[in-house]
Design a protein around this ligand. Structure first.
Ligand code: ZN
Ligand code: FE
Length: 255
């Protein structure tokens, strides 16, 4: 029941991720940001993708859909709510849908906010989640198509996954996210430690992903709207969760 992962950079800061089921030999590509680095990864690993799991319609996540579909004859799965904007989509999926992958099931979790139809993919049997531009390491996606309240509900769903769940995200934004997180949550020692570790990784040119749900719960301000120290720091001790989250998101927008 083992899944292998190949994570690599595309464009300037997008991640490409290939997931291979060792038993069946099936290979899923999480989003298709750019053709050349994906082909290079396929060559390097010998893992020929059999499907693309699309998270949302933005160009930096679907650009290579049609080229890869033509080359590999693969199947493209994507969110029903924005199916009309996903090039080459074969199967439109909604909350709770399951996609067989070898002996695993990939669950669809609707996580709107960044876009109106954004979905995340979760594989409980492998303890992995692919959250693209909804949940980042130490951050969350910008609110382009839905308000803060909607994004907050999406993040709550991801926060409720088992803490050991490994999280793969759409972008390498972690270092900048850490700088911002420290302005909101400056006394969090787990965050300070993590920020230092992130600086070391980036200095060595290494990725900061995957992260885990547990690590994010301890350090990501966008999952810590309930935290008394953060609330005190924002002067929002008694505010609603949604207001605290919206304030943190607003501050990040202008950081
Ligand atoms: Zn996006
Ligand atoms: Fe993106």
């Amino acid at each position: 029941m083992t899944l292998e992962i190949e994570q690599f950079m595309c464009r300037s800061d997008n991640f490409g991720v290939l997931v291979r089921d060792t038993e069946s030999g099936q290979v899923a590509l999480i989003d298709a940001p750019e053709e050349a680095p994906i082909l290079a990864a396929v060559q390097r690993t010998g893992w020929k993708p059999t499907m693309i799991l699309t998270t949302h319609h933005h160009g930096d996540h679907v650009e290579a859909n049609l080229a890869l579909k033509q080359r590999f004859g693969l199947r493209i799965v994507g969110p029903k709510a924005e199916a009309g904007k996903i090039p080459g989509i074969d199967e439109a999926v909604e909350e709770g849908a399951t996609i067989p992958f070898g002996n695993h099931l990939i669950y669809v979790i609707e996580t709107p906010g960044h876009t109106a139809g954004h979905v995340s993919y979760y594989i409980p049997t492998a303890q992995m989640a692919f959250t693209a531009d909804t949940l980042f390491a130490l951050g969350c996606g910008r609110l382009f198509e839905k308000p803060a309240a909607v994004m907050l509900e999406s993040l709550k769903k991801l926060a409720a996954l088992p803490p050991e769940t490994k999280v793969y995200c759409g972008h390498e934004y972690t270092q900048a996210n850490a700088r911002f997180a420290l302005t909101v949550d400056p006394t969090n020692s787990a965050l300070k430690e993590r920020a230092a570790q992130i600086n070391r990784l980036r200095a060595e040119g290494k990725p900061t992903l995957p992260t885990t749900i547990g690590e994010e719960l301890a350090t990501n301000p966008f999952l810590r709207w309930h935290d008394p120290a953060i609330r005190r720091n924002l002067g929002m001790e008694n505010a609603a969760d949604e207001a605290v989250f919206a304030e943190i998101r607003k501050r990040k927008d202008v950081f």
